[in-house]
Design a protein around this ligand. Structure first.
Ligand SMILES: Nc1nc2c(c(=O)[nH]1)N[C@H]1C(S)=C(S)[C@@H](COP(=O)(O)OP(=O)(O)OC[C@H]3O[C@@H](n4cnc5c(=O)[nH]c(N)nc54)[C@H](O)[C@@H]3O)O[C@H]1N2
Ligand SMILES: Nc1nc2c(c(=O)[nH]1)N[C@H]1C(S)=C(S)[C@@H](COP(=O)(O)OP(=O)(O)OC[C@H]3O[C@@H](n4cnc5c(=O)[nH]c(N)nc54)[C@H](O)[C@@H]3O)O[C@H]1N2
Ligand code: SF4
Ligand SMILES: [Mo]
Length: 751
C-alpha cells in the first residue's frame, strides 16, 4: 500500500493506536482501534490491511461496546442453592471436580457430553484447542451447531474429495457470472466464503458480468443482483439436477482439465436423465425455460460459478444440494480454475480439520453408532444436535447427566430449543465456558469466563480454509487481561479434559497435555514433537500457530526454507502478508484413496428417490425459512446497545397476498404454528418474498428469568426454533432442516 503515513502502534494495554482483526465473522476485517484512558475511543477500518483493505461493518465498529458490556462475565461463578457467587479460579475448578467426579464414577464418561458453539471457529484460543476436549476426553457423543449448519457440505466434501473440510470456494474476485443459492452476504458477510466486502465484489462482478440470486426471499443481496429467482424452499437439489440434465442433454458438458481426475461422470448422467426441467418446474417454482437458459448461461460463460450456502444446507435435501452445486461447477468446466470454484490454500493449516479416525480413506462408514433414544445415526462423528434434549430428558441406561457448553447457546440456536431449556435443569452437572449469563448458561452450575476478544491475540484458523486469498495476519491483544492470573480458554479446556480423564481439574498438568497435543500435531506433519518444542520457551496457541504457519505452504519448515514464513516475521508485518489469490489444487488436495474426485457417491445417489418423492408431494400452504441481520450474530450480539438501535428485527416476513388472504396487516401480532410448537410474533408485510413462504430470524427469545442481558432482555423477540421440529432433517447428513418448515399463520387474537 502506498501513501500510508507511518503509524506508531501502541503496545498491549497502552493508549494509542492498535491494529486488530475483527473475530466476529468470516470477513476478518482489519481494524484500527484507538484507545484513550484505557478505553476504546474509536474503531475504524484499517485501509492498509492487506486482506480487508478498509472494509468494516457495524459489528466490528462495536467491539469496544462489546468489551465494555457491564453484563460480560469477568469472574468465574458457581451456583450455590440457586444463587450465583463470584469465586476465584481455584475454587471454580474445585467445584467442577466436585460436580463431575461423582457423575463419571456412577455413570461413566458416556453420561457426559459437550456442546461446542459457533464462536469457537473465530477464537484464537478455542479454535486451536477444542480438539483436545473433543478428542481426548473420551466423551462418546458430543454436539455442535455443525448439524444445523454446514454438515451436508462436510458430508459431500468427504465423499467427493476425501476431506471433510475440503470445501471448494467460489472465486468471486475473478468470476463473471455468479449464481448465489441460499446465501445472503449483505447480512452474513459471506459464509464458507471468506472475502472482505463480498457485496462490493458482487458489484464489481455486475459491472463486468452478472449476479443471479436464487432464494425464496428477495434479500438485500437479491436487490443488488441482476436477477432474483424465487425458489420453493427445499427444492434446490431438484433444480440443480435439472441443470445437470440439460448439460448432458444439450451436449454442454465440459470437463476441461478435470477429466482425468473424475470418477462417476456416467453415473451422474444416468441419474440426471430422469430429471428434465419440465419435471421439476412446478415443484421448484422456476420455469423449465429459465432452468434451460440458466444451464446454457453457465456453460457458455468462461468464468462462472455457482455458490450455495446455508439455505442449501439447512433444508430437507441439504446433502443432495451441497453435492450438486459442486457437480454443476465441475460439469461446466468451472472447477479448480480461476473464476470458478477453487480450493483455498490456507497459510496456516487448521488444527480443527484433522482427519476423523477410521474415515481417512474416504469410505463412508456412517451409522457406526446410533443415539439411544431416537436411534439417529452418526455421520462423520456427529449426531443431530436436536437429539441432545431427549438424551438428557429420557431416563434409563446411558442417560446424559452432565454437560459442558463451550461458546454456545443451544437453547436459542437449535431445533426445539425450548425442550432443551426444560431438560437442562435435570442434569446433575452443567459447566459453561462463556462470557454471558444467557438463556443456556443460566442453567449451569459453574460458569468459566474467557477473556474478552480484545484481551486476546488473534489469528484466524478454520476460516482460512474458505479464504479467496491466501494471507496471514497476527493481531496482538489490545488490552492486557483484566485478571493476569485468569487462565486462557485453552487452559480451561485442558483442565476440563484432564478432569474427564480422572485428574481433579485443579491438579491437571496443563503444560504436559499441551505438549502432548503439540507433539501429535507435529507428528501429523512428519516432525518429531520433542525436537520442534526445543525451539520454544512457551506453549499454548501461539506455539501452535507458529507450527501451523511454519509447516504450512509458505512456511520456513524450521529453517529448511530460510525465507519462509514464521510467526516472528508475521509479527513484523502488522498489516498482514498477502500470498495471492487461489491457485489450482487438484489432484494434490484430494484425500480419496485413488486421488480422484468421486462425482457420484453411492451414499448420496441413494437419497435421490427421496427427492423424487418431494416432487409429487402436496404443495405446502405456507413454509418458514430463516434469515440473518447485519447487526446480529446468531444469538449473542443483542446485548450491545449500538447494534440494537432501530426497528424491531424479530418479525415474520410475509407476502402481501398471503397476508391479505388471512386478513392480516403490517404490524399485527400473529400466531405461527408448526408440528414443533407455536410462537406469537409481529408480521411484516412485504412483496420481497415468494408467495407461500414466511421468514423469521433466529437467535431471539431473550428475557428469560435468571439471565443477565440488560439490553437484549429489553427487546427479547421470540425463539423461532420452537417451530423447528427436531426430527425434520436432511436424512443423509442428519442436519436440521431449519428452512421449509410447514406452518400455519393466523392473527394472534384468533387464538
Ligand atoms: N450479521 C450476521 N452475520 C453472520 C451471522 C449472523 O447471525 N449475523 N451468522 C454467521 C453464521 S453462523 C453463518 S452459518 C453464516 C450464514 O451465512 P448465509 O448462508 O449467507 O446465511 P443467511 O444470511 O441466513 O442467508 C441464507 C439465505 O437462504 C435463504 N433460503 C432459505 N431456504 C432456502 C432454500 O431452500 N433454498 C434457497 N436457495 N435459499 C433458501 C434465506 O431466505 C436466506 O436469504 O452467516 C454468518 N454471518
Ligand atoms: N432457525 C435457525 N436456527 C439456527 C440457524 C438458522 O439459520 N436458523 N443457524 C444455525 C447456525 S449456522 C449456527 S452456527 C448456530 C449458532 O449456534 P450457537 O453457536 O449455539 O449460538 P451462538 O448464538 O453463536 O452462541 C454463541 C455463544 O458463545 C458465547 N461467546 C461469544 N464469544 C465467546 C468467546 O469468545 N468465548 C466463549 N467461551 N464464549 C463466547 C456467547 O455468549 C453465546 O453464548 O445457530 C443455528 N441456529
Ligand atoms: S464484516 Fe463486520 S463482523 Fe465481519 S469481520 Fe468485518 S467488521 Fe467484523
Ligand atoms: Mo453457522
Amino acid at each position: 500500500m502506498t501513501n500510508v503515513p507511518t503509524r506508531t502502534l501502541a503496545a498491549v494495554g497502552e493508549d494509542g493506536l492498535h491494529l486488530y482483526t475483527c473475530p466476529l465473522c468470516e470477513a476478518m476485517c482489519g481494524l484500527e482501534i484507538q484507545v484513550a484512558d484505557g478505553h476504546v475511543a474509536g474503531v475504524r477500518p484499517n485501509r492498509s490491511d492487506v486482506w480487508s483493505r478498509g472494509h468494516i461493518c457495524p459489528k466490528g465498529a462495536s467491539l469496544g461496546a462489546l468489551h465494555e458490556d457491564p453484563d460480560r462475565i469477568r469472574t468465574p461463578m458457581i451456583k450455590v442453592d440457586g444463587q450465583w457467587q463470584e469465586v476465584d479460579w481455584p475454587t471454580a475448578f474445585r467445584r467442577c471436580t466436585e460436580l463431575l467426579t461423582p457423575v463419571i464414577e456412577q455413570y461413566g464418561i458416556g453420561a457426559v457430553t459437550a456442546y461446542t458453539g459457533n464462536p469457537l471457529a473465530h477464537s484464537f484460543s478455542l479454535a486451536r484447542y477444542a480438539g483436545i476436549l473433543l478428542g481426548m476426553s473420551g466423551m462418546p457423543i458430543t454436539y455442535s451447531p455443525g448439524t444445523v449448519d454446514q454438515w451436508p457440505k462436510n458430508l459431500s466434501s468427504h465423499l467427493m474429495y476425501g476431506g471433510w473440510w475440503s470445501f471448494p470456494v467460489p472465486d468471486i474476485e475473478r468470476t463473471d457470472l455468479l449464481v448465489v443459492m441460499g446465501a445472503n452476504p449483505a447480512a452474513s458477510q459471506g459464509s464458507l466464503l471468506a472475502a472482505p466486502d463480498v457485496m462490493g465484489i458482487l458489484g464489481a462482478i455486475r459491472r463486468r458480468g452478472k449476479v443471479i440470486v436464487i432464494d425464496p426471499v428477495r434479500t438485500a443481496t437479491a436487490d443488488r443482483a441482476d436477477e432474483w429467482l424465487p425458489i420453493t424452499p427445499g427444492t434446490d437439489a431438484a433444480l440443480l439436477l435439472a441443470i445437470v440434465h440439460v448439460l448432458f442433454d444439450e451436449d454442454l458438458v465440459n470437463l476441461g482439465a478435470m477429466a482425468p481426475h473424475l470418477d462417476g461422470v456416467d453415473a451422474v448422467h444416468d441419474v440426471a436423465a430422469e430429471w428434465s426441467p419440465d419435471r421439476v418446474a412446478d415443484a421448484t417454482g422456476i420455469t423449465a425455460d429459465r432452468i434451460r437458459s440458466l444451464a446454457r448461461e453457465l456453460a457458455a460463460t468462461p468464468r462462472a460459478v455457482v455458490y450455495g450456502r446455508i439455505g442449501t444446507c439447512n433444508q430437507e435435501f441439504g446433502s443432495l444440494a451441497s453435492w450438486l452445486v459442486d457437480v454443476v461447477n465441475i460439469l461446466t468446466g468451472h472447477f479448480d480454475v480461476p473464476g470458478g470454484s477453487m480450493f483455498p490454500t490456507p497459510a496456516a493449516w487448521s488444527v480443527t480439520v484433522q482427519p476423523i479416525p477410521g474415515l481417512e480413506d474416504g469410505a463412508p462408514e456412517f451409522g457406526r453408532y446410533r443415539t439411544r433414544v431416537r436411534g439417529a445415526k452418526e455421520v462423520l462423528g456427529q449426531v443431530p444436535v436436536s437429539c441432545m434434549a431427549e438424551e438428557i430428558a429420557t431416563p434409563g441406561e446411558g442417560q446424559l447427566k452432565a454437560l459442558i457448553t463451550v461458546a454456545g447457546n443451544p437453547v436459542l440456536s437449535t431445533p426445539a430449543g425450548h425442550a432443551l431449556d426444560e431438560a437442562l435443569p435435570g442434569l446433575d452437572a452443567m459447566i459453561s465456558i462463556d462470557l454471558w449469563l444467557n438463556e443456556t448458561t443460566r442453567h449451569a452450575d459453574v460458569i468459566l469466563p474467557g477473556s474478552s476478544p480484545l484481551e486476546q491475540p488473534h489469528h484466524d484458523d478454520l476460516i482460512l480454509n474458505f479464504a479467496v486469498h491466501s494471507f496471514a495476519n497476527y493481531s496482538a491483544p489490545v488490552f492486557a487481561k483484566a485478571d493476569p492470573d485468569a487462565p486462557d480458554e485453552w487452559e480451561i479446556l485442558i483442565r476440563l479434559t484432564g478432569l474427564l480423564t480422572g485428574t481433579p481439574a485443579e491438579d491437571v498438568d496443563v503444560a504436559a497435555i499441551d505438549d502432548g497435543f503439540f507433539d501429535y500435531m507435529c507428528f501429523t506433519q512428519g516432525l518429531d514433537g520433542a525436537a520442534v518444542r526445543a525451539h520454544y520457551d512457551h506453549g499454548g496457541p501461539e506455539r501452535m500457530l507458529d507450527l501451523t504457519l511454519r509447516t504450512g505452504p509458505f512456511g520456513d519448515r524450521y529453517g529448511e526454507k530460510p525465507d519462509g514464513l514464521t510467526l516472528a516475521t508475521l509479527k513484523g508485518e502488522p498489516d498482514g502478508i498477502d500470498f495471492g489469490p487461489m491457485v489450482p489444487r487438484v489432484p494434490e488436495v484430494l484425500g480419496t484413496a485413488d486421488q480422484k474426485i468421486r462425482l457420484a457417491p453411492p451414499y448420496l445417489l441413494a437419497d435421490v428417490p427421496r427427492l423424487a418423492g418431494r416432487l409429487t408431494r402436496e404443495p405446502d400452504d405456507l413454509v418458514l425459512v430463516s434469515r440473518r441481520h447485519l447487526r446480529s450474530n446468531n444469538s449473542w450480539l443483542h446485548n450491545v446497545g449500538p447494534l440494537m438501535k432501530g426497528r424491531d428485527r424479530c418479525t415474520l416476513l410475509m407476502h402481501a397476498d398471503d397476508a391479505r388472504r388471512r386478513g392480516l396487516s403490517d404490524g399485527d401480532l400473529v400466531s405461527v404454528t408448526s408440528t414443533g410448537g407455536r410462537i406469537d410474533v409481529p408480521v411484516k408485510v412485504t412483496d420481497a418474498i415468494k408467495r407461500g413462504v414466511v421468514s423469521m430470524p433466529h437467535g431471539w427469545g431473550h428475557g428469560k428469568p435468571g439471565t443477565r442481558l440488560g439490553v437484549a432482555n429489553a427487546s427479547p423477540g421470540v425463539n423461532t426454533n420452537v417451530l423447528s421440529p427436531p426430527d425434520f432433517l436432511d436424512e443423509p447428513s442428519g442436519n436440521g432442516a431449519l428452512n421449509g418448515i410447514p406452518v400455519t399463520v393466523v392473527a394472534a387474537s384468533a387464538w
